[in-house]
Design a protein around this ligand. Structure first.
Ligand SMILES: [Zn+2]
Length: 91
């Protein structure tokens, strides 16, 4: 009976050790994945910001990517309505 109990204890210890390894491995993988996604975010966001030049609408002053701005008389505008309205008075 004592021998059986020691086998049960040994099996339990092995199981606990196995669980610890699995959990720590999973935790490390999750941390690595989180770090990768985080690094990926940081890598793409500044790249987009640097690649896209921002301009301010000459009428309302809202900032938009230069590629989406409507140009008229050398001024960028955010919309056809603001391009028609022209530069804001005093600006
Ligand atoms: Zn505007």
């Amino acid at each position: 009976m004592g021998k059986l109990l020691s086998w049960v204890v040994l099996a339990l210890l092995v199981y606990v050790a196995y669980r610890l390894v699995v959990v720590s491995k999973r935790r490390a993988e999750r941390a690595r994945a989180a770090a990768q996604t985080h690094r990926g975010d940081e890598a793409t966001r500044p790249g987009q910001a640097v690649g896209e030049r921002m301009v301010a609408c000459a009428h309302c002053g809202v900032y938009l990517p230069a590629t989406e701005a409507l140009e008229a008389d050398g001024h960028p505008y955010c919309s056809p309505a603001h391009r028609t309205a022209g530069p804001r008075a005093g600006a």
